[in-house]
Design a protein around this ligand. Structure first.
Ligand code: 7RM
Length: 678
């Protein structure tokens, strides 16, 4: 069945507090042994004291962390200078450093032959290991190549590549020469890629000839060729060879690996200011085009490094396995920057959870001896359905911590992950954060590692994070056992600094809704004990398999179809994907069209205009959309219709034409019936 009539996946409510709680007792509880920089924090006795210190004396905390964990070319003079009302955020002012030196050179000095990357290629058993020495060499050659080909400090390079060592080298090469990178998920269509290249004003694009995923070849270079036709800023496309198949090369294209061989293996790192841009990363909002969030050098790297160390309890020598794509913030912070800053061995996963079979993750865990595994609820729910035998087949005794990210994890999936995958031994850390926050903000660790974890709850704020729940009047809710809009009450070094070329939008989206606070767009519940549970988005952002997509972006594409007058895209509960996309479309009166063909056409348009994951599972044609008297589409009502929750339709007093709701309900029931018959 395509969609569930009665949603099975509901967020656990507060009643979940009666569920089992899990305790995992780690080693030492001596604060300064566990966090060396805490030795200077007078009066801090235990880890909850450390949490209070990190929030109450944030400047001292972050200054010590920044001195301890980063290598500086010039020390910073101020710790922070932030004013949410202007969206002004500065950390470690006056400091200079180079991110690639922090991620590579300093580890090469100590242990050049340590493995930095394990490239888990699509075909199981064909992994490639890259040492810190080799990765530095690749990065330097590529940095020199980019410099020679005119990429300047302050420029921006778009990277359209699947997870692979050259993609990481490309990110770090940009960091080395002071250019920003803009990684675009290699599943995005040519149009979506073009939009991001244009907005970022990139003159250089880096890609591969073809991608390989789930045994299938993906024509990435061809997609780039199509994209750059509408990107006048692009002067060159560097093409690496992932497969042996040649692709058509034009005058603008550069054979990347061949030219890299001609370059020197030493590349002078640029001395970057703390607040220079490290990267842009596009993410969906509730309105308008995707936002290019800007992250800067020192604060971002420090936050990625600290969260990687303490949320996952990473220790020197561990193999860290984050299976997110590098095109998302999770890949940036926990496949690349956090682990490399900490000198870890990090896995780059090129495949899918079910290739060649649903045992892939666990076979990989056994083969690579992964210690921390970081994945998404959507994959866990999918694998759960295939049964325990795929997990039991492999030895998972190397695992120490299991992480989850991207969307709420339902209790059933949490319990399965903990019991079956982790054999009940490994803490499951449900980590809440966003592209905007740069790194994990709420997670069971680290403030009290010996304390309980409740399934399905993100639990506790990270060091330096002060969450706040707001009511509908914009006042902070200070009591426990309450729900509200999730804000963060004080700045932290990992947060995004602005939206590229649109600082006003940054202020309007994050700083204006609750003056003095950073607004996340999510809702949350705070339990009696003060633990947090994320309840989902408050705006029109849909989360499909952990990937954000705005309803407006999908509607934009649907409305481009000549037969369509208007449309409403909504997210509905989906067993595996968390949310699926469902679209209502109104046709222009004159058109006479076959519904099935139109549906297919519209789905293809979304795949082509955005990406496959954004495609509606179902398209329902209606005469009119329910709107308020002021003309706003009531997506909230449509969502309830699709979830068959007619008691939950809520306040209809502003509804202009009640017949529109009746029509939506009837049409939806007809579709449900059809699905069940099939
Ligand atoms: C890391 C990432 C961010 C949005 C965020 C939430 C949702 C992410 C969780 C979660 C519940 C979680 N960045 N989200 N993690 N919801 N529990 N542990 O996903 O920018 O792509 O998305 O994802 O709605 O606002 S993101």
């Amino acid at each position: 069945m395509l969609f569930t009539c009665a949603p099975k996946f509901r967020l656990p409510s507060s009643s979940l507090l009666v569920f089992r709680r899990y305790h995992h007792v780690p080693g030492t509880s001596e604060v300064s042994a566990w966090m060396p920089e805490a030795a200077g924090f007078g009066g801090v006795r235990d880890r909850s004291g450390l949490q209070d210190f990190s929030v109450g004396r944030a400047e001292s905390f972050w200054a010590a962390a920044a001195r301890h964990r980063l290598s500086w070319i010039r020390p910073f003079r101020t710790v922070q200078d932030c004013d949410f009302s202007r969206g002004h955020i500065t950390w470690f002012g006056g400091g200079r450093l180079n991110v690639s030196v922090n991620c590579l050179d300093r580890h090469v000095q100590n242990s050049p032959e340590r493995v930095a990357l394990i490239w888990e290629r699509d075909e199981p058993g064909s992994e490639v290991k890259v040492t810190y020495r080799q990765l530095l060499e690749m990065t330097c050659r590529l940095g020199n190549l980019l410099r020679r080909r005119g990429v300047k400090r302050g420029g921006c390079v778009t990277i359209y590549m699947p997870p692979c060592p050259l993609a990481v080298a490309a990110m770090l090469a940009c960091a080395r020469i002071g250019a920003a990178h803009n990684v675009v998920f290699a599943g995005f269509s040519a149009e979506a890629l073009a939009e991001r290249i244009r907005d970022a004003q990139s003159s250089t694009v880096i890609t591969v000839n073809q991608g390989v995923r789930g045994g299938k070849v993906i024509e990435l270079k061809k997609t780039v060729d199509t994209a750059v036709q509408s990107c006048p800023s692009v002067q060159q496309v560097l093409v690496a060879m992932r497969t042996e198949n040649p692709v058509v090369m034009t005058a603008r294209d550069v054979a990347m690996e061949e030219e890299m061989l001609l370059e020197d293996t030493v590349c002078e790192p640029a001395a970057m200011d703390s607040e220079d841009t490290l990267f842009l990363l596009y993410t969906s909002g509730s309105t308008g085009k995707p936002k290019g969030l800007v992250h800067t050098q020192a604060g971002y790297l420090l936050y990625a490094s600290l969260t990687h160390r303490y949320v996952f309890d990473y220790h020197d020598g561990d193999v860290f396995g984050c299976v997110a794509d590098i095109g998302w913030i999770t890949g940036h912070s926990y496949s690349v920057y956090g682990p490399l800053a900490n000198g870890a061995t990090t896995v780059l996963f090129e495949s899918t959870p079910v290739y060649p079979d649903p045992g892939r993750y666990w076979e990989m865990v056994q083969r690579l001896q992964i210690n921390q595994f970081y994945g998404a609820p959507t994959a866990i729910r999918l694998l759960l359905k295939y049964g325990d035998q795929w997990v039991h087949k492999y030895d998972r005794s190397s695992l120490k911590t299991l992480g989850s990210v991207g969307e709420p994890i339902n209790t059933e999936a949490w319990e399965w992950y903990h019991r079956v995958v982790g054999g009940g031994r490994c803490p499951v850390v449900d980590t809440w954060w966003q592209t905007e926050t740069g790194g994990i903000c709420i997670a069971p660790r680290p403030s009290e590692p010996e304390a309980e974890i409740i399934p399905g709850m993100a639990m506790r704020p990270f060091f330096g994070i002060k969450p706040a729940l707001m009511d509908s009047e914009g006042k902070e809710l200070t009591s426990n056992n309450t729900s509200g809009a999730l804000c963060i009450a004080q700045p932290w070094p990992g947060m995004a600094r602005t939206i590229f070329n649109d600082h006003q939008r940054f202020i309007d989206t994050y700083c204006r809704p609750y003056p003095g606070y950073f607004f996340t767009g999510d809702g949350a519940y705070r339990s009696e004990e003060g633990y947090y549970q994320i309840t989902g988005r408050l705006d029109d952002v849909i989360n499909v398999s952990g990937h954000r997509i705005g309803t407006a972006e999908i509607e934009d594409v649907l409305n481009q179809c000549p037969a369509v007058a208007e449309s409403a895209a909504i997210g509905y509960s989906h067993d595996i994907k968390g949310q699926g996309v469902y679209a209502f479309v109104v046709l222009k009166t004159s058109v006479d069209i076959q519904e099935g063909a139109l549906s297919q056409q519209l789905k293809n348009m979304v795949a082509k205009g955005i990406a496959k994951y954004a495609c509606p599972d179902c398209i329902q044609i209606v005469q009119r959309l329910p709107k308020t008297r002021s003309g706003k589409i009531m997506r909230r009502v449509l969502r309830k219709v699709v979830e068959c929750d007619l008691d939950g339709l809520g306040d209809l007093s502003t509804l202009d034409d009640p017949a529109a709701v009746q029509e939506a309900i009837k049409g939806h029931c007809d579709l449900c019936r059809k699905e069940q018959v099939q």
